[in-house]
Design a protein around this ligand. Structure first.
Ligand code: ADP
Ligand code: AMP
Length: 213
């Protein structure tokens, strides 16, 4: 099963993608996580990506597509995957589509986690991410058992640099301009499924599993 998560930054794509990955035993692939791991390790790719991420801009398609295609070619993707944060532009979606077509394959579902802009700044300012394993929490809605500490690996939780309110507003603008058109793109392909992302994360997941089976 090959799944794409769509939705504004902070809509809950990552939260749901992790649950989908666990339930259906497929890898969760987040281009944002790949970039952040590279930034942490000080790689050339990380330094290049950081220039854009810190400004709330998208990393150029050429770079992002290469990273993603390398990742989905790995053995653990043979039974499918859930993509979180990719594609984010029509050209990215078109490349993914044509690469899959070449191997007689396709995306099965594009799930749009729908959350209005008004809720997003609150979601992002309360988001805390693990420096080590990338798990995410929300200080009010999905708190860790112990404040500031990751439930899964015990490492420190931080506020992401790009979750500062002024960067969030920029990211939302970029989302509406460059990513939202993907909703129409996948709707025309007949694989778009929309879920209400404003409800409790367990209920969002119920709606998603009702779709995926
Ligand atoms: P995205 O991957 O779309 O950027 P995340 O999954 O990281 O979004 O979620 C953004 C923030 O909102 C996180 O702090 C997360 O814990 C919180 N969150 C996710 N789903 C919900 C929900 N259904 N209700 C309230 N908060 C949520
Ligand atoms: P995310 O973790 O999905 O919120 O992504 C964080 C940041 O990484 C984004 O704001 C972009 O700067 C960059 N990024 C992640 N995925 C992509 C993508 N598919 N295309 C371009 N930039 C991306």
């Amino acid at each position: 099963m090959k799944i794409i998560m769509l939705g504004a930054p902070g809509a809950g794509k990552g939260t749901q993608a992790k649950m989908i990955a666990d339930k259906y035993s497929i890898p969760h692939i987040s281009t944002g996580d790949i970039f952040r791991a590279n930034i942490k390790n000080g790689t050339e790719l990380g330094m290049e990506a950081k220039k854009y991420m810190d400004k709330g801009q998208l990393v150029p398609d050429e770079l992002t597509v290469r990273i993603l295609l390398d990742r989905v070619a790995k053995d653990d993707c043979s039974n499918g995957y859930v993509l979180d944060g990719f594609p984010r532009t029509i050209p990215q979606a078109e490349v993914l589509d044509s690469e899959l077509t070449k191997i007689g394959d396709k995306i099965d579902y594009a799930i749009d986690v729908d959350v209005p802009d008004e809720n997003i700044v609150n979601r992002m300012s309360g988001r805390r991410a693990c420096v080590s394993c990338g798990a995410t929490y929300h200080i009010v809605h999905i708190p860790p058992k112990q404040q500031g500490i990751c439930d899964k690996c015990g490492s420190e939780l931080i506020l992401r640099d790009d979750d500062a309110p002024e960067t969030v507003l920029k990211r939302l603008k970029v989302y509406h301009e460059q990513t939202q058109p993907l909703i129409d793109f996948y709707s025309k392909k007949g694989i778009l499924k929309t879920v209400d992302g404003t409800v409790d994360s367990a209920d969002v997941f119920k709606a998603i599993t009702a779709i995926l089976g």
